[in-house]
Design a protein around this ligand. Structure first.
Ligand code: AMP
Ligand code: MG
Length: 403
C-alpha cells in the first residue's frame, strides 16, 4: 500500500504528465485573487521611477552633514512634487516620505536625528551616502518581467500588477471540478431525511475545498448505489476537468464506484493509501480526466481531498502543486495510536509565545464533523509510531481555510 506521500506524488506525476494547455480568460485585477497568471507582466517604467526618499527628514550632501554640522534649510519637497532643481551647496531641503530626492543630494537624514531653529537644521549624527534613498530603477528596470505564467495571484502579486498598470490579466480558467456523492442513504441538504437517511454534507465540503484549491465546483448531486446510475452520472462528470466522487469505495457489497469507473475505461494508480482516515481512497485517469473516489465518511473525504485532489487542481490550473501546509509543533499530551497507517487526527495548534503546541481533540472517528469544527489542523502521527510522548516534536497539517 502506498504511503500518503507516495500516493500524492503519483497524483502529481500522472496529472502533470497528461494535462494540456489550460483555457485562459482575461480577468480584472479586482477579481483575479487566487487565479493563476497565464501571461507575463512587465514594468511600464523603472521602479522606483525617481530616487525616492523613504523617510520624512532632510535631503543633504552627506559630506556636509557631519555629526554636529548645521545647514540652512532652503525649502521643502512633498511627495508628488516635480523636482528639477539641484540641492545648492551648503543647504538642505526638507523632504517627505515618497518624495523625489533632488539632484545633488545623496542622503536623507530622518527628522528624528535633527533639531531645527528657524532655517537652521542641526544634524545629530553623520549622514551616510545613500541612506534613506531607494535609487531610481533599483526595484525593477523598465520593461522587466515581474510576474510570470504559473504564478498564483495573491494580494502582493495583484498590487504589483496594479503598480505597473496591468489592470486586465490573462489568467488560467479555474479547473471545473465535478462533485458526485454516492449512496442510497443520501438526501439533498434541504430535504428532511428519513430516520436512516443522511443529508449530503460531503458535496458541500467538497465544493468549498474545490473552491479554496482554486477550482470551480460543479455539483452533480448524488448517485444511487447502482452501476447504471453511477455510470450515467460519472459520464456527466467526465465532461469537466476532474471528477471527485464521495462514498462507495470501501469493501461493502454496494461500494461500486471502482467498478463503475472501470466500466467507463478508468486506469487506476492506487485504490488504497496507508492512512486513517481515508484508507480506501482511489485515484485514476478516465477518458483523459483525473478521477478521485474518496471514502464517504465526511472527515475521510475532507482529508483525502486535501492530500490528493488539491495538488491535481493546482496542476490543472497551470501552476505547480503547492506543498502541503505542514508545520512542526510540540505535542501537548501523549498519544497512543495503532501503527501501520499514518493518522490524521483533528487537533488544535496554538502559538504560545511563537512556539506551536498541538493537542489532539476527542472525536468519534471519521464521521464526526463536529469535532473537526473545533480543530484548526490535523495532527500527523507517522505510520511507524505507536506512542508519542508529551513534549515530542510532531507535524501538523494546517486547515488552510481557518488558520
Ligand atoms: P461509504 O464510503 O459509502 O461507505 O460511506 C461511509 C459513511 O459516510 C457512511 O456512514 C455514509 O452514510 C457516509 N456518507 C457517505 N456519503 C456521504 C455524503 N455525501 N454526505 C455525508 N455523509 C456521507
Ligand atoms: Mg456508500
Amino acid at each position: 500500500m502506498l504511503s500518503y506521500e507516495q500516493a500524492r506524488n503519483k497524483v502529481i506525476e500522472e496529472v502533470g504528465k497528461r494535462k494540456g494547455p489550460c483555457a485562459t480568460a482575461v480577468v480584472s485585477v479586482w477579481d483575479a485573487l487566487g487565479f493563476v497568471l497565464a501571461q507575463e507582466v512587465k514594468t511600464d517604467r523603472e521602479y522606483p521611477p525617481f530616487d525616492r526618499s523613504t523617510r520624512d527628514g532632510y535631503a543633504v550632501r552627506s559630506k556636509e552633514a557631519a555629526s554636529g554640522a548645521q545647514l540652512r534649510c532652503a525649502g521643502e519637497i512633498k511627495a508628488g512634487d516635480t523636482v528639477m532643481q539641484s540641492l545648492a551647496a551648503g543647504t538642505c531641503l526638507q523632504i517627505m516620505t515618497g518624495a523625489a530626492v533632488p539632484p545633488g543630494a545623496d542622503a536623507v537624514v530622518m527628522i528624528e536625528q535633527t533639531s531645527r531653529k528657524g532655517d537652521l537644521v542641526r544634524f545629530e549624527r553623520a549622514a551616510q551616502p545613500g541612506q534613506n534613498i531607494v535609487p531610481r530603477g533599483s526595484e525593477a528596470a523598465a520593461g522587466q518581467t515581474i510576474l510570470t505564467p504559473g504564478m498564483r495571484l495573491g494580494y502582493a502579486e495583484l498590487a504589483l500588477a496594479a503598480q505597473v498598470g496591468a489592470v486586465q490579466l490573462e489568467c488560467a480558467c479555474r479547473p471545473r471540478v465535478a462533485i458526485l456523492s454516492t449512496g442510497d442513504e443520501i438526501v439533498l441538504i434541504d430535504e428532511t431525511p428519513g430516520p436512516f437517511q443522511i443529508r449530503n454534507s460531503n458535496s458541500v465540503s467538497l465544493a468549498a475545498q474545490a473552491r479554496i484549491a482554486g477550482g470551480e465546483p460543479v455539483v452533480l448531486g448524488n448517485a444511487a448505489d447502482r452501476i447504471e446510475d453511477l455510470g450515467e452520472k460519472i459520464e456527466r462528470g467526465l465532461k469537466e476537468d476532474a471528477l471527485v466522487l464521495s462514498g462507495g469505495v470501501s469493501m461493502g457489497k454496494y461500494d461500486l464506484v471502482e467498478s463503475a469507473l472501470k466500466a467507463m475505461g478508468a486506469e487506476f494508480f492506487f485504490d488504497a493509501v496507508a492512512i486513517r482516515p481515508g484508507k480506501p481512497a482511489v485515484f485514476g485517469m478516465c477518458q483523459g480526466k483525473p478521477v478521485f473516489g474518496l471514502p464517504g465518511n465526511p472527515v475521510s473525504t475532507m482529508v483525502t481531498f486535501e492530500l490528493f485532489v488539491a495538488p491535481a487542481i493546482d496542476l490543472l490550473s497551470g501552476a505547480a502543486a503547492r506543498p502541503l501546509p505542514l508545520v512542526g509543533a510540540r505535542l501537548a499530551e501523549a498519544l497512543n495510536e495503532k501503527s501501520g497507517l499514518t493518522h490524521f487526527l483533528p487537533a488544535r495548534v496554538e502559538w504560545l509565545g511563537g512556539l506551536a503546541e498541538v493537542k489532539a481533540l476527542k472525536w468519534q472517528g471519521s464521521g464526526d464533523i463536529a469535532a473537526l469544527t473545533k480543530a484548526n489542523c490535523f495532527l500527523v502521527v507517522p505510520a511507524d509510531r505507536e506512542k508519542i510522548e508529551a513534549g515530542e516534536s510532531v507535524s501538523v497539517l494546517l486547515r488552510k481555510d481557518v488558520v
